[in-house]
Unconditional design. Structure first.
Length: 239
């Protein structure tokens, strides 16, 4: 799905990842589930590109529903995979702390796990080799993506600011559709290591120039980054 010039979404409101198309090549943000490989192929075909045009894949964090086809892209096509150093172990091994069980409703929860089954998400393929990045890094990839650390959902959660796409990609730092309750609208994401830290980290988005704030789950959100922290804090307080 084309959202704007240079900006495409793969997947849907249940699990999404993103493609940035520039004259210098393509940068991917997150890799969804393994079955999103077919979504990637369809989107590349639609814009007249191939996997050979992809210069790099950046992960917003290391959870299994964001690393989907990353290892396939790396090992088969030589595309480098970038992740914040705080989540490098999680991406390579799947090791992560246990978190409290979030609220859920049976219908949306079944839908989420059924979707994961259809997209081959029950057997994640971890990424054997990654390039570690840190807060403030501007990567030598199409769109010159900038890394903004947003610890909380995981130690290495990041936002990725890409000016040419007019977008900030936030992974699970927030969500616009809760995968376990089906509630829509901007709100904190479930399965978060440190919810208080995650809320506080959103203040780091203020001052960024973008029209899109793009989560890994839920509809694309057109909003100023300056408004994000307050909106999500209000949603958290209203739960």
């Amino acid at each position: 799905m084309r959202l704007a010039p240079h900006l495409h979404r793969l997947g849907d409101d249940i699990v999404a990842c993103y493609l940035i198309d520039t004259p210098e090549g393509i940068t991917l943000i997150d890799a969804g589930l393994p079955g999103h490989w077919q979504d990637l192929q369809q989107e590349l075909h639609a814009i007249g590109k191939t996997v050979a045009d992809i210069r790099g894949l950046i992960l917003t964090h290391g959870d299994s529903d964001h690393i989907g086809f990353a290892e396939r892209l790396r090992s088969t096509h030589g595309v480098p995979v970038f992740v914040h150093s705080g989540d490098a172990v999680r991406v390579r091994t799947g090791e992560k702390p246990k978190v409290s069980t979030p609220p859920m409703r049976i219908g949306p929860t079944i839908q989420f796990f059924a979707y994961g089954l259809r997209k081959n998400g029950l057997r994640p393929k971890y990424v054997r080799e990654v390039i570690e990045v840190n807060d403030g890094d501007v990567l030598d990839l199409p769109g010159s993506p900038k890394i903004i650390a947003l610890p909380g959902h995981s130690p290495g959660s990041v936002a990725i600011h890409v000016e040419i796409a007019d977008a900030v990609f936030v992974g699970d730092a927030l969500t616009t559709r809760h995968v376990l309750t089906g509630r829509v609208g901007p709100q904190p994401a479930p399965f978060t290591d440190d919810p208080a830290m995650a809320l506080s980290s959103l203040e780091r988005l203020a001052g960024l120039k973008a029209s899109w704030v793009l989560p890994g789950h839920g509809a694309p959100w057109q909003v100023s980054p300056d408004e994000v922290a307050e909106t999500i804090k209000k949603a958290a307080a209203a739960r």
